[in-house]
Structures are given as structure tokens and as C-alpha cells.
Design a protein around this ligand. Structure first.
Ligand code: ZN
Length: 238
């Protein structure tokens, strides 16, 4: 590993060379390569995560460009996952990057995430998040939820059997709304950045913040300390 690339980051006291070396050995899987996933992948590869898989079956649409990172107008019509693989590799050739142009299903999710140290949520689907939550609890793999709507984003890291899971907080999460989700262009980058910090903390064994809610328009920031639901059908005592 070329430590010079990370010199300014290694100077951060909470992080240091040990943090850098730890990240270089970690494996994350980002599910979704759109507004959240492209921005978080861009940050992760620059910060020095060793292995990054990005799974997305979609192609780049002109309507994605206002809120995503790394895509250009010439990429419209091409695979999000494969373009991200190409761009991320160019940013940091030391990282192992794999773009996977596939749809995640109940049947195949295990094969994609079983070796992950953390799963990173880049989807816009509540049902897919419940699927990630179930597989996370079943295989004891932490994951970091993030969602965006209009000007508001939410983030929460899930450490199985230690912190509330997605089901525990599901009454606080808006259901999927039919049709197009309104999103301010600056929002996903901001929320992905916070999501990346919670992911890095998980990878370094640091405590998580809780359920973070940020309105980038009103500049309202809140961290909710939610307790686990003992009767949760996913993480509670069966
Ligand atoms: Zn739960």
C-alpha cells in the first residue's frame, strides 16, 4: 500500500496509520450505484477501502446526473455498476473493485454479501432494505442504512444483536412511495458522506451514532438514540 496517498488522512488522530492499514484489508458491498451508492463509492475508494463490490442492474439515465457522482452525460444508457468499476479503478488502482450488473433478489443476496465486512445501502427501496436487514442479522454482517427524500436524509448503522435493526426503527421510516422520488441534487452526496463515516467507524470497531436525520435545506441535524425492540420479529428474542 502506498501510504503517501493517505498522508493527510493518517494525520487524523482518531484514524492514524493503524486505521489506514485496517481499511486496506476490509471488504464492503454497496447495494445500489445511484445517488447514494455512487457518492459513497467515490469516497470509500479515495479513503482506501481494500475491496469494494457495487451491485446495480440499472443503466445510467439523464435524470440520474443531477445527484450522482462520477457519471457523465456520455455514460447515459451504460451500466451503472460497470462505469463505476472503471472510474473507481482509475481513481485508486490499488483497490479491488468489482461492478456487478445484476438485480439483487432474495435468492442471490447471500452469494453477494457473505464475505462482506459491511453492507452499504445505496438502494431506494424499503423492501430491499428489509432483505438486507434479514441477511445482515442471519449472517451477522453489519450494514449501514441511508435514505433520501426531497431535502431530508436518514442514516443508521446496524450492528446485529447490538444495535436496533431496520425492522426496530421501521415505524420511523417512510414507506416506499409510488412514482419518482423527489431529491435535491446536493442531498445524496451529503448523506452518503455521513453514511461513509458510520461505515468507517464500524470497520474500525468504533461506536455508532444512532439514527441520524439531516435536513440540508433547513440545516436541522438530529441524532436519535433508539432502543432495540425486544419484540422485533427480526432481531428480538424469538
Ligand atoms: Zn430489530
Amino acid at each position: 500500500m502506498n501510504l503517501e496517498r493517505y498522508r493527510r488522512q493518517i494525520l487524523v488522530k482518531e484514524f492514524g496509520q493503524r486505521g489506514q492499514e485496517t481499511l486496506s484489508k476490509k471488504n464492503i458491498v454497496i447495494i445500489g450505484g445511484g445517488g447514494l451508492g455512487s457518492n459513497s463509492a467515490n469516497i470509500f475508494v479515495r479513503m482506501g477501502i481494500g475491496t469494494i463490490d457495487i451491485i446495480d442492474k440499472d443503466t445510467i439515465d439523464i435524470t440520474n446526473l443531477h445527484r450522482t457522482s462520477l457519471f457523465t452525460q456520455e455514460d447515459v444508457g451504460k451500466s451503472k455498476a460497470l462505469i463505476l468499476e472503471e472510474r473507481l479503478h482509475a481513481i485508486n488502482p490499488e483497490a479491488h473493485i468489482r461492478g456487478i450488473n445484476q438485480k439483487i433478489t432474495k435468492e442471490n443476496i447471500e452469494s453477494f454479501v457473505k464475505n462482506a465486512d459491511v453492507i452499504v445501502d445505496g438502494t431506494d427501496s424499503v423492501s430491499l432494505r428489509h432483505l438486507i436487514n434479514n441477511v445482515s442479522l442471519h449472517y451477522n454482517i453489519p450494514w449501514v442504512y441511508a435514505g433520501v427524500y426531497e431535502t431530508v436524509g436518514m442514516i443508521m448503522g446496524v450492528l446485529p444483536q447490538k444495535t436496533p435493526c431496520f425492522q426496530c426503527i421501521s415505524q420511523n421510516i417512510p414507506e416506499s412511495i409510488p412514482g419518482e422520488i423527489p431529491v435535491l441534487g446536493s442531498l445524496p452526496a451529503t448523506i452518503a458522506s455521513i453514511q461513509c463515516n458510520e461505515t468507517i467507524k464500524l470497520l474500525l470497531g468504533k461506536p455508532l451514532a444512532g439514527l441520524i436525520i439531516y435536513d440540508v435545506w433547513d440545516q436541522c441535524f438530529d441524532v436519535m438514540n433508539i432502543k432495540r425492540n425486544p419484540d422485533c420479529p427480526v432481531c428480538g428474542k424469538k
